[in-house]
Design a protein around this ligand. Structure first.
Ligand SMILES: Cc1ncc(COP(=O)(O)O)c(C=O)c1O
Length: 394
């Protein structure tokens, strides 16, 4: 066993199942062990490394910024943060012009939740609607919005109580739960952790209409779907809808831990100074990572590449004609292969024999979240690995 695995097993919390090999470095779409073994990375740190590993634009931006200033509380302005916020307002849909910077996906959702509740402090509407199969994070606010009971059972007494779960892609189910006490609806546009289920066009558009009609805030959790992952900068752009509040994280800093909550001036106005803040959120290093990531996504047309590669992968997987495949779902480079049995042994086979790393989503879905820089050669290697696994795993 590699040495770092033993040490992490001894001194780590034990909350992660460590894989049997240790990664030394990453470059582009590959991860390398210290003895030079190479793995094709179709997980990208759970959808984080959208530019691939150690992209020179990101490395240079971080180096340059680190020499200037690494930390500066958001109560002091600095050029790189201003640039990042300006860029966010340019790439997000209209009206969403103001950004709060956070350090993770769950923090983005916590902030969105507080923002929604603050908007209703006078009229006191406490109810929130989330979707069955949703995943919004694991801190106590976002955990309440996450559906899977496995994650929340132990903490159920500490969760926000007024959350109801509607059936995803069934507008009548949302309509039934909506009433005069509903302040917000939160949804992913492609449910990621829940098994890779894209919203239908009708559902997303009818949900937007319903929220507008009843003056309910529409929160789009684009932590996994945003920053080009699904073939446009944000998944909501596929559906021609503009949420009231949009959450990002994962790819926002290309690997640097950061996220955002973006909304309109009218909505931000209701969250008062002191009611929300973050020591690390908005630090200049994160801002530099965000600027380099957005510029590279735009300059290299990576959302378009994600759309093209995603379509190619889904088309090719559809031709596999294996009785082990139940369904293939996805949008851009967020793709799920629903199998007829548990995905674990296929994932292990691909990692150990094919040197290709995928992720699960639930028990029976093999999920692909590769860097957005992949080309058709990388896609073909991944498809071949799956083909081999489907033939060889018993
Ligand atoms: C849609 C969605 N929201 C929120 C989160 C939580 O993000 P984090 O793990 O950065 O807290 C995730 C993580 O997978 C996610 O997929």
């Amino acid at each position: 066993m590699d040495k770092s695995i033993e040490i992490e097993k001894k001194y780590g919390s034990g909350l992660y199942s460590l894989k049997p090999f240790q990664i030394e470095r990453g470059e582009g779409v590959y991860l390398y062990t210290d003895d030079g073994e190479r793995y094709l990375d179709f997980m990208s740190g759970h959808g984080v490394a959208c530019l691939g590993h150690s992209h020179p634009n990101l490395v240079n931006a971080l180096n340059k910024q680190a020499k200037k200033i690494i930390t500066l509380h958001s109560s002091y302005s600095t050029e790189i943060r201003a640039k990042f916020m300006e860029l966010m307002s340019e790439i997000t849909p209209k009206n969403l012009t103001k950004t709060f910077m956070v350090n993770s996906g769950t923090e983005a959702v916590e902030c969105a939740l507080k923002l929604a509740l603050a908007n209703n402090r006078k009229i006191k509407r406490p109810n929130i609607i989330a979707m069955k199969r949703s995943f919004h994070g694991r801190t106590l606010g976002s955990l309440g919005l996450t559906f899977n009971p496995k994650y929340k059972q132990a903490f159920k007494n500490a969760l926000y109580p007024q959350i109801k779960f509607a059936r995803f892609n069934q507008i009548d189910s949302v309509r039934e739960l909506c009433n005069e006490n509903t302040v917000a609806v939160i949804t992913e546009l492609v449910q990621g952790e829940g098994g890779v289920y894209p919203a239908t066009l009708d559902f997303a558009q009818e949900l937007r209409e319903l929220c507008s009609e009843k003056e309910i805030l529409f929160i789009a959790d684009e932590v996994q779907t945003g920053m080009g992952r699904c073939g446009k900068m944000f998944a909501c752009q596929h559906y021609n809808i503009v949420p009231d509040i949009l959450c990002t994280a994962k790819g926002t800093g290309g690997g640097f831990p950061m996220g955002t909550v973006v909304s309109s001036p009218e909505i931000w106005y209701n969250l008062k100074k002191g009611e929300h803040a973050s020591t690390f959120g908005g630090n200049p290093l994160a801002a530099a990572a965000g600027v380099a990531t957005i510029r590279t996504l735009l300059d290299d047309k990576l959302p378009e590449n994600a759309g093209k590669m995603g379509k190619m992968i889904i088309d090719d997987l559809s031709k596999l004609n294996s009785e082990m495949i139940r369904e293939i779902r996805g949008l851009g480079l967020l793709i799920g292969l629903q199998l007829r049995s548990r995905a674990g042994s296929y994932l292990r086979y691909c990692a150990m024999k094919e040197k290709t790393l995928f992720l699960p989503a639930g028990l029976s879905v093999l999920r692909m979240l590769p860097p957005l820089i992949i080309n058709s050669d990388h896609a073909n290697i991944a498809i071949q690995a799956i083909k081999n696994a489907l033939q060889r795993v018993k």
